[in-house]
Design a protein around this ligand. Structure first.
Ligand code: TNX
Length: 550
């Protein structure tokens, strides 16, 4: 690299990549990625610029202001041979990278060719190219991110072949129990991208807060987005007494429609789909506090200040409840282009319905066998409404108890049983059982030294041992769309806490979703060290992953 002063970083040996790629084939020699970079884009696939944008961000992270990057479009060659057909004018003294779409690769798959004369990034589509850049981020040695005035990074020649096993690799973030700002949500999306996750399930409403602006119902955010204090925990006996912790500061926040569009676009640029969740018919107190006519009694409630399950739920008897939900979902569909819309459906007691004349009338008119069946009736109506708009409903596994329509997707959280049952009856399923996927649970037995958490214990090796196909007959395993980690935030009030609970367990979940068939715990432990280096480089908090010795 003539003409470069400054520091050079040379990488030796095979890289550690998480989630583990299909194969890494070593070659001979090295190639330098220099701060003077020519990028050739040989594709006009939708989103290809997002993949190039990610490379530019990565390069800027390494070279800082020294980065001199020029991007140009070149036309694809007539022949099928895409390999490094670069124009002579590419400039031999600058490093060369090429983005291309190779139709022989599947969607989201890629081939990353680190060759002596440049780096070829071939994706089955633009998403595949994006994931190749994520792999490159891990192949670059940690010292390259030191912030010193680096002029080039020397990488060993190799070819990486890779692609995801599961099409749905999700993370749910609860922003209702604690609110996270737009910038914080973007940070979560960046963490997801680093782990090759592609679905952000955004839990936007719950008893303790309504976080999405809805034009037709302004009280949802004026009233429903603020709780006047937080009662943090009960004593171990489940009572509220002098050991109960109170936070007397009001807690609130919501996203305007513009902010939501900003998040959806930011996610799309990282090949992440945002699936919004609006809870129905339970976890509804913030909505009922905003519009008392949505409940069975019409009483004026306050936005809830405690956690756990609440008896106060949407009235299923009154037509006005469905008018409300359809209006809300219409505005939600305008904001979120996702194929799926999540309507919650979990933990809904039927106590209020039992003494409600409207709910009783509904049971008679619809010939329903029980109060419980009111939930199925309501969810099925919303499912049909979403279907009529070309979308599909996702619900927590309680929706299986009644009324699940064939196109609905079941999110299996109370173990895998619900998911297995749903898959057997032909519904599609997302697996996120509490046992393996609830990252609000402790990650170490040494809870004295851990931040206060919901309870439970999911160590890194436990999270890693998750087999989403366990107990499933092979003929229905194709109904499993994928896996998801859930981060409920009753006890997580800041972004450092979010990072700490996610990392490094999110890496285990990512490997389960991306590399399902080739997991190996001992090998993962080894490979994790370079991903953890990246956590340090990006200033992320994470739990000590070496603590769970097997
Ligand atoms: C159950 S999982 C809930 C949430 C809580 C979580 C705490 C699910 C569908 N409902 O409302 O936050 O447990 O782990």
């Amino acid at each position: 690299m003539s003409g470069c002063s400054g520091h050079a970083v040379v990488s030796e040996g095979m890289p550690s990549v998480v989630p583990v790629p299909e194969s890494i084939v070593p070659g001979d020699g090295h190639v330098a990625i220099s701060h003077e970079m020519n990028v050739f884009i040989m594709s006009d696939a939708e989103g290809i610029d997002y993949a190039v944008g990610e490379l530019a961000r990565l390069a800027r992270r390494i070279f800082g202001d020294r980065l001199d990057i020029s991007c140009s479009r070149v036309s694809a060659p007539d022949s099928d041979d895409l390999s490094m057909v670069l124009p002579e004018s590419a400039g031999k003294e600058r490093c060369r990278l090429m983005f291309a779409v190779d139709p022989s690769l599947s969607p989201s798959s890629y081939r990353l060719e680190i060759a002596p004369d440049g780096i070829g990034i071939y994706g089955g589509d633009a998403a595949g190219c994006f994931y190749a850049v994520q792999t490159l981020r891990q192949i670059v040695p940690a010292e390259a991110y030191s912030g010193k005035r680096i002029s080039y990074v020397d990488l060993p020649v190799m070819t990486v072949f890779d692609g995801p096993d599961m099409q749905y690799r999700g993370l749910m973030l609860d922003v209702a129990r604690h609110f996270f700002t737009v910038d914080e949500v973007k940070e979560v999306l960046d963490i997801m991208a680093m782990h090759k996750l592609n679905i952000f399930h955004w839990h936007l409403t719950d008893d303790q807060g309504w976080r999405i602006e809805i034009d037709r119902y302004p009280e949802l955010t004026r009233i429903g987005s603020v709780r006047k204090r937080t009662i943090i925990g009960k004593d171990p006996g489940g009572e509220y007494d002098e050991t109960t912790m109170y936070d007397e500061t009001p807690h609130g926040g919501y996203y305007t429609k513009d902010q939501i569009r900003e998040i959806v676009a930011y996610a799309a640029a990282r090949f992440i789909t945002v699936i919004p969740e609006v809870e129905f018919p339970g976890h509804a107190v913030a909505a009922l506090a905003s519009y008392p006519w949505l409940s069975c009694t019409g009483e004026q409630y306050e936005v809830r200040q405690t956690w756990d399950i609440d008896d106060r739920v949407f009235c299923i008897g009154k037509e006005s409840t469905f008018g409300f939900m359809e209006d809300v979902l219409s505005e939600v569909m305008e904001l979120f282009p996702s194929e799926y819309i999540h309507i919650g459906g979990d933990e809904c007691p039927d106590k209020m319905w039992m003494s409600c004349p409207d709910c009783r009338r509904r049971i008679q008119e619809e010939n329903l066998p029980s109060f419980r069946a009111l939930q199925g009736y309501g969810v099925a109506r919303l499912g049909a409404f979403l279907e009529s708009h070309g979308r599909h409903l996702i619900g927590w596994d309680e929706i299986l108890e009644a009324g699940v329509t064939p196109m609905s997707v079941v999110m299996s959280w109370r173990g895998a049983e619900g998911g297995i049952r749903a898959a057997n009856q032909g519904n599609r399923v997302i697996m996120c059982p509490t046992e393996y996927c609830y990252f609000d649970y402790y990650q170490s037995e040494d809870i004295e030294n851990e931040p206060l958490a919901w309870g439970g214990l999911i160590t890194l090796d436990k999270a890693y041992s998750f087999d989403p196909y366990a107990g499933l007959d092979s003929d229905v395993s194709s109904n499993i769309l994928g896996v998801q980690a859930n981060l409920w935030t009753e006890y997580i009030s800041d972004i450092e806490g979010v990072e700490y609970m996610l990392l490094p367990r999110l890496a285990a979940l990512a490997e389960t979703g991306w590399s399902t068939g080739r997991k190996d715990w001992a090998d993962f432990r080894q490979r994790m060290s370079s991903l953890v280096n990246l956590y340090d480089i990006y200033g992320l908090s994470y739990a000590d992953y070496a603590q769970n010795e097997d």
